[in-house]
Structures are given as C-alpha cells and as structure tokens.
Design a protein around this ligand. Structure first.
Ligand code: AMP
Ligand code: MG
Length: 484
C-alpha cells in the first residue's frame, strides 16, 4: 500500500529503548471497516477512497510503508496502588505523521493483540467498548474539550471473552501525544534521573515548543506548571459538562491534557454529585465529585516522578497552580452556562446552590441548562417541567432573575451565547447502548447518525430531536463495567 505520501516521524523511538518494545499486530479475522472519520483524515492531510484498504491496517494484516509498531512502556497508580507492570497491553503506536498545518499525530492501534505488557489480558478490544471510545472522543471534540480522536475502527469475527463472549474490534486512535503521566513514573522509579530528563525534554520539544528557548530551570518549571494547569482546566471542563471519566489512574492521564482512555465513562443524566460511572469502583474513588481532587492527586504522582530531575521548590510551585487554575476555569465555565458576564461576588454561591438543588431533585443536568438557555423563546415551562416540585424551580428562577438584573446584555443575546456552551445533545449512555446493539447486529448506520448529531451538540438540529430526549427508565442506570 506504499506510504500514501505521509510526512512520517518516529520521534518516540528516539527515546531510550526501555520505553518500548517492537511488536507486530496479531491479525484479526476478516476485519471490516465499521466507521471512518473522513473529516478528521482531511485535517490530518489525507483522503481515503478505498475504506477496505484501511480495514487491513485496522485488522493488523497490513501496514503502510514506514509504520514501525511499538508497544509503549509505562507504569502508574491504579486506584491508588502503584503498578510497575503496565504498558500498552493491547495497543501499538504505529507511527507519527505531520499534518498540513504542522500538527503532529500519533497513530495508535488499540486492540492489536498481545504485547510484552499484556499481563493476563488477551490484547483485544471488544466492539462495545471500541464504539464507546469512538463516540465519546468525537463527542468531546464536538463539545470543544481536549481529547484523543477516533480516526477509524474495524469490526471482526474473532470471539473475545469478557463477562460473556463478544466480538473483537480495533480502533485507530490519534492524538498529538500518547505520553501519559505514567511514562514519567516508569522513568523515575525504574530508570533514573537522566531518563526522566530525556523524557521531559522530549515532551517539551514536541508539545511545548514555546518553552524550548528558556534556560533549563525555568523551562522545566514552566513546563510543569503548564501540565498542571492543563490538567486542572480539563477536569473543570469535565465537571461543567457533567462528564465522569471512571478510571482516572495516572496511566490514563495525558501529559498534554487530553481526555484519554475512554472506558466506563458517563455523562450525567439526572444530576448526582456522587455518581460512580464504573461499577467496579465500589468505593467511588473516581466518583463525579471527586474528579477535581483526583486530578490533583495525579499531578502529585507526576510531581514525585519529577523529583529526581527537578528542583523540589519548583515542583511545589507548579503543583500550587492546580487549585487556582481549576477554580478559575470552573467558575468561568459555570458563569458561561448561567449567562453571567458581570462579575458578582455571590456567583460562586449561586453556582454551588444550583448544584445542590440539581442534586437534591435529581434534575437532568444537560436539559436543565439547555432549558435555561431558552427562557426567552420557550418560557419557564420546559425548565419547571424538569422538577417534580415546580415550586423548587420557581424559587430558583426568582433568584436567578434577580441576579440577571445586574447583567446588561439583552436577554435574547445572552441566551444565544448560552446555547453555545450548554449542549442540547450529549452522549448519554442509553444512546450509546442503542447504537451498540445495532452495530452488534451488523448495522453501523445508527452509530454514524449519532456521530453526526454529536459533532454539533450546540445546534438545534430539528431532524434529530429524538437524540435530545431524556433516558428511558432502562437507560438510566446501565451498568458499565471496566471490562473492555
Ligand atoms: P485501562 O484500564 O484500559 O486503562 O488498562 C489498564 C492496563 O491494562 C493498560 O496497561 C492496558 O494496556 C492493559 N489492558 C487492558 N485491557 C487489556 C487487554 N484486553 N489485553 C491486554 N492488556 C490490556
Ligand atoms: Mg489505560
């Protein structure tokens, strides 16, 4: 298949070879293209006419000329316990390409078979979880939140044993970087200070080029601050949109602040502050309202890993950035959602009381803010109808209207802006579940339609109203397990 004219680099392979093992994909049986992201391909600088050709890459039977697949080695803290055995257990970095706009792209084939880091795993990914990752990465992108992306996925006939027998699939995931906090933990705890420095300079030169010219101490300090801030802002964005990651282990934390590794994630339907999306997380370590703290704890793991290579005070200063960056971004996000431009010292109180109300009354999070963005056009009724006790809504609305008196924008103008931050469409678990069932019967069209809707979550899209519906009873409490 040649190299198809890609501008290729293998910068990851310039790292010490303890960071990877060369592994060829283990072919899947009869892999078929399930979904290809043509728009993303265009951004990356290529165009695909024959999807079947690309299915061969997804199925591990062919590689493009210049692909040199490796499994990455990293470690990390899983549910608070250090695990030295981690690494890409079922994914391979195929190559890195540079797009027409100069952006770099790691190509990672997830579900490619076993590697030296597979431990007890089979190296495979099932159709269900591959679809979920595909959908959610594109949904996140549609919401404007940093994330890895889905380039394409294939579906195959190979049986894969999870709680029941499922079938295999594979995803080509792309991102500016696949380096995780856990890469640094591996370097620090198993390789030594020089390796930490090498990795750090690698990350800076590829992803933080504006820092390259600074003197070493400042370069490292500023870099760590930026990583901490990006992480904090990412989580503030998750909280604002009601996203639960589910498995915030430090090996699932991207060094560039992308949402990374979609497993048992969920977007909240009825608001529940303590929501646990991963049903194997019995203690609720990664519950929705714990995510901001966990983000910080992960930055602390990273900080520990940097200690051998950086000055302790500099690291401490970097860590201190987390709280300010998180609080600032979170409050800004919530003011935007409420349509508040004038700053008022009571705003944080209003935000917290709003969360308490939504929590107490288990109000649909997305529908609440969307209804609030349409008071001018649709009146109070759609918002009141989200509450069993309408009086609760009335009292809250009265307080909100009072607060709006401090605003100067015209009502329609404010609500127009609010509709650009309060999505009408989100990837509710029941929507994902429906398209998964169709795909398991061989029909990927419903998945593609859902993807199209999620690409523009803030638009009205009158033909697709049904995707904005609240979950039916069966869809409210789906058990999403870690198995994928
Ligand atoms: P995750 O919880 O998906 O982030 O995975 C945690 C670790 O387990 C990573 O090192 C994965 O590569 C590995 N892993 C997950 N599933 C499998 C599998 N089916 N086969 C081999 N390794 C896996
Ligand atoms: Mg992972």
């Amino acid at each position: 298949m040649g190299n198809k004219g890609f501008r290729v680099e293998h910068r990851y392979l310039e790292l010490p070879d303890s960071f990877y093992t060369r592994v060829q994909p283990t072919p899947l049986k009869d892999a078929k293209m399930a979904c290809f992201n043509h728009k993303l391909a265009r951004e990356m600088g290529f165009h695909v006419t024959n999807e079947a050709d690309w299915a061969k890459i997804g199925g591990g039977t062919e590689l493009l000329e210049g692909m040199d697949p490796v499994a990455m080695k990293y470690t990390g803290h899983q549910f608070g316990m250090y695990n030295p055995e981690l690494g890409d257990g079922r994914g391979l970095l195929l190559w890195e390409t540079i797009g027409p706009d100069g952006r770099r792209w790691d190509w990672h084939l997830k579900g490619a078979g076993t590697t030296p880091y597979s431990r007890f795993g089979d190296g495979r990914a099932v159709l269900r979880s591959t679809i979920r990752e595909y959908l959610c990465s594109e949904a996140m992108h549609g919401l404007g939140i940093p994330t890895t992306r889905a380039l394409f996925m294939v579906s195959a006939r190979d049986p894969v044993r999870r709680e029941s027998i499922e079938t295999a699939a594979a995803l080509v995931r792309v991102a500016q970087s696949h380096i995780r906090f856990g890469h640094f933990e591996f370097a620090a705890h198993h390789e030594g200070p020089e390796t930490v420095k090498t990795l750090l300079e690698h990350v800076i030169s590829l992803h933080f080029p504006h820092l390259i010219q600074l003197a070493e101490e400042e370069r490292h300090g500023r870099w760590f601050e930026e990583v901490v801030e990006r992480t904090a802002r990412l989580i503030a964005d998750w909280q604002a949109v009601g996203f639960c990651h589910g498995v915030m282990n430090s090996d699932n934390m991207s060094i560039i602040g992308d949402t990374f590794d979609y497993g048992p994630f969920a977007f909240l339907d009825d608001f529940d502050a303590g929501y646990i999306s991963n049903h194997t997380d019995q203690g609720g370590r990664y519950a929705y309202n714990r995510q901001p703290q966990v983000g910080f704890a992960n930055c602390q793991y990273l900080a520990n890993a940097l200690l051998p290579a950086m000055d302790e005070d500099t690291i401490r200063k970097g860590l201190q950035r987390y709280e300010t960056a998180y609080n600032g971004r979170f409050l800004q996000n919530m003011r935007d959602k409420l349509g508040l431009v004038q700053e008022d010292e009571g705003d944080l109180g209003l935000v917290m009381d709003t969360f308490s109300m939504l929590n107490e009354h288990r109000t649909d999070y997305t529908a609440f803010f969307r209804a609030l963005s349409n008071l001018y056009d649709h009146g109070h009724a759609p918002l009141r109808d989200l509450f069993v006790d309408r009086q609760v809504a009335d009292e809250w609305l009265a307080r909100y209207e009072q607060r709006l008196k401090k605003e100067t924008r015209a009502r329609d103008e404010r609500e127009y802006e609010m509709r650009r931050v309060n999505p009408k469409y989100i990837l509710r678990n029941y929507l994902a579940q429906k398209v998964i069932l169709e795909a398991q019967n061989g029909d990927f069209e419903p998945m593609k339609e859902l993807l199209k809707v999620l690409e523009k979550p803030f638009d009205e899209q009158p033909d697709f109203e049904k995707y904005a519906e609240l979950p039916p009873d069966w869809g409210k409490h789906l058990n999403i397990s870690c198995s994928s």
